[in-house]
Design a protein around this ligand. Structure first.
Ligand SMILES: Nc1ncnc2c1ncn2[C@@H]1O[C@H](COP(=O)(O)OP(=O)(O)O)[C@@H](O)[C@H]1O
Ligand SMILES: [Mg+2]
Length: 230
């Protein structure tokens, strides 16, 4: 069966073999997105409740595979299984390196946490990037890695989830384009754009300049008042 309609830009291509794993009878990418979204909500509820969502357990391969199964198991027969093939295009590490790379990510994450190398949001953003760079699964890597970063923020750091530029949409948009470009920069070691994107509440970020000018004016007025009093 083939899915019709537009697949999101930057989305990993699904092979005929991947599509054979589809559980419900869906016809379009739109329907697929909806079915996955409903499943992801259930996966998120599980992850927020589960006692296994804690450091260091959540860095294990087993946890990451379970999270994928919980997020996509109603839709894909291969949910929770490591990607068994490589892509013609440059996405993800070679499939036989997925498990070694997940272990390297676990070790790096534990080191970063123990040494407070990064602020919580930067740590979560870097872990999210590395997960999506590894691309452990046939599909769903972007959404899983963003939820995973949010789980670190909420469950480990006891902070609010990341705003992700107001949310990464599944359809073609400026937001998705900029997010994908920022991920590419991060692949090359430059995290500036990705950090800005993931921490922004809206995208493109609201212009701060006029408000700053107003604040400066207010400060000047206060200073004038102080001068008057003196
Ligand atoms: N060069 C890249 N480096 C890292 N991640 C990338 C790159 N290009 C795309 N991605 C990520 O891969 C995701 C697509 O992978 P996919 O498995 O289809 O995830 P999802 O189905 O959740 O969108 C994109 O949303 C993006 O997060
Ligand atoms: Mg996808």
């Amino acid at each position: 069966m083939a899915l019709t309609g537009a697949h999101a830009p930057g989305a990993t291509p699904l092979s005929d073999d991947d599509i054979k794993g589809l559980k419900p009878p869906l016809a379009t990418f739109g329907e697929l997105n909806e079915a996955e979204a409903a499943n992801i909500l259930r996966g998120q509820e599980w992850a927020l409740r589960s006692r296994t969502t804690k450091v260091p357990q959540m860095f294990s391969d087993d946890y990451i595979l379970s999270l994928h199964k919980r997020m996509y198991g109603d839709v894909w027969g291969w949910a929770g299984e490591v990607r068994p093939h490589n892509y013609d295009i440059a996405i993800g590490v070679a499939h036989h390196n997925i498990r070694p790379e997940l272990r390297r990510l676990r070790d790096d994450s534990i080191y970063w946490i123990e040494n407070s190398t990064y602020a919580p949001n930067e740590l979560a953003i870097r872990v999210h990037h590395r997960l999506v760079w590894i691309h452990p699964f046939r599909n769903g890597n972007g959404r899983l890695s963003r939820l995973y970063a949010d789980l670190l923020m909420i469950k480990h750091f006891k902070e609010t989830r990341l705003p992700w530029g107001g949310g990464v949409p599944s359809a073609a948009s400026r937001q998705r384009e900029d997010y994908n470009a920022a991920l590419h920069d991060a692949d090359l070691g430059d995290f500036t754009a990705l950090l800005t994107f993931c921490k922004a509440k809206t995208w493109p970020p609201a212009q701060a300049a006029p408000q700053e000018e107003e604040e400066e004016e207010e400060e000047e007025e206060e200073e004038d008042e102080d001068d008057d009093k003196a």
